[in-house]
Write a protein that binds this ligand. Structure first.
Ligand code: SF4
Length: 294
C-alpha cells in the first residue's frame, strides 16, 4: 500500500517546491480543493498522511529559486487547487517572476474552475498581472462537466486552456464518454493535453485499468475523433518520469519517456506487461484481488 506511488518525496527541493523535470518547477500553492476527488493521487494531503514538504511553498523562496535556476522555464501552480490559493500570495509570486528572462510561462492547475466556472473571473486579475503567458490546466473527468457556462468563459477568454483527464474504471472508461469529453472541449476551445493512467495509490484500486484496457478504450474513442480533438497524449506520471503509452502488441505495452527524472532516458522506449496497471522503479504493478501487487 502506497500513498506516494510516484515518489513525489524525491522531487522536493524545499517546502512545497518540486523540481522533477528540469524545465518545470511545481509549486504547492494551496492545500484545499472545492471537493475532494475520490481518485486524488495526493489524497494523502486530505487524510492526515502528508509528506514533510507537502505544504504551501513560501512565496519568497519560490521567487528566489526561479531566479537562481535558469533551467526553470515554467512554474506549475498546483495543490490542492491553485484557484483556491491565497490571492496575495499568487500575486506576489507572479509579480516577483515577471522580469525573470529565462522563465517562459506559468501554469495553474484547477478542478475548481470546472466545477465552478465563474472562479475564472475572480482569478483573472492575477493572470492579467503576468507578463508571461498563462495556461490554465483543467482537470476534467466527465463530458457533462463541460457546461455551457464553462464553454462561454473558456471560449471568450484570452488565456489558454489545456485539459487533463484521468481515465478511470466506472467513471469514464467508455469510448463514447471519452469522445464526449474531447468534443465538448472543442466547443470551449480547450486544448487536448493529457489523459492520465489512474495512479495506483492506495484507495484507487476500484478505478484501475490495465495499460491494455486503457489503451484500447482511447484508441476506440479516437476512431471517431478528428485530428484536432485527439491531440491528447495518454501518459503515466510515475517515479521515473512521464511515460507515454504508445502501443500494445500482444502481451506487451510499449511506453516512451515523454519527461524523465534522469535526462538520459528522454525519448527512450521501454516495454511492460500489457496487463500491468503501473510501474514502480521499473517493476510492473498488477491489480489482484482488488489490491496492487508486484
Ligand atoms: S482537484 Fe486535484 S488535488 Fe484536488 S482532490 Fe481532486 S485530484 Fe486531488
Amino acid at each position: 500500500m502506497n500513498k506516494d506511488i510516484s515518489n513525489e518525496k524525491a522531487n522536493y527541493v524545499g517546502t512545497g517546491m518540486q523540481h522533477k523535470y528540469s524545465p518545470t518547477l511545481l509549486v504547492m500553492s494551496s492545500e484545499q480543493c472545492v471537493s475532494v476527488c475520490e481518485w486524488c493521487f495526493r489524497g494523502r494531503i486530505f487524510e492526515g498522511k502528508k509528506l514533510e514538504d507537502d505544504k504551501v511553498a513560501d512565496a519568497t523562496e519560490v521567487i528566489e529559486y526561479v531566479k537562481t535556476h535558469p533551467e526553470v522555464k515554467n512554474i506549475l501552480f498546483t495543490g490542492g487547487d491553485s484557484f483556491l490559493a491565497d490571492r496575495e500570495y499568487l500575486k506576489k509570486i507572479v509579480l516577483g517572476v515577471n522580469d525573470v528572462k529565462h522563465l517562459v510561462s506559468i501554469r495553474f492547475g484547477t478542478r475548481a474552475m470546472v466545477l465552478e466556472p465563474s472562479r475564472y473571473n475572480e482569478m483573472k486579475e492575477i493572470f492579467d498581472l503576468s507578463k508571461k503567458p498563462v495556461y490554465i490546466v483543467l482537470h476534467i473527468v466527465k463530458p457533462e462537466e463541460i457546461t455551457q457556462e464553462l464553454v462561454d468563459i473558456t471560449s471568450n477568454a484570452y488565456h489558454m486552456f489545456l485539459s487533463q483527464v484521468p481515465l478511470m474504471k466506472t467513471v469514464n472508461d467508455k469510448p463514447e464518454r471519452i469522445r464526449g469529453i474531447f468534443r465538448k472541449m472543442s466547443e470551449g476551445q480547450i486544448d487536448p493535453y493529457y489523459v492520465f493512467q489512474c495512479r495506483a495509490v492506495e484507495g484507487n484500486e476500484v478505478y484501475a485499468l490495465t495499460f491494455k484496457e486503457a489503451y484500447e478504450i482511447l484508441e476506440d474513442a479516437k476512431k471517431e475523433l478528428s485530428g484536432v480533438n485527439k491531440r491528447f497524449r495518454y501518459v503515466m506520471s510515475c517515479d521515473a518520469g512521464k511515460l507515454e503509452i504508445v502501443g500494445i502488441d500482444g502481451d506487451k505495452a510499449y511506453l516512451r519517456y515523454h519527461q524523465a527524472r534522469d535526462p538520459e532516458n528522454f525519448g527512450k522506449l521501454i516495454t511492460a506487461p500489457a496487463n500491468a496497471v503501473w510501474l514502480v522503479e521499473g517493476k510492473p504493478l498488477f491489480l489482484k484481488d482488488n489490491k496492487f501487487v508486484h
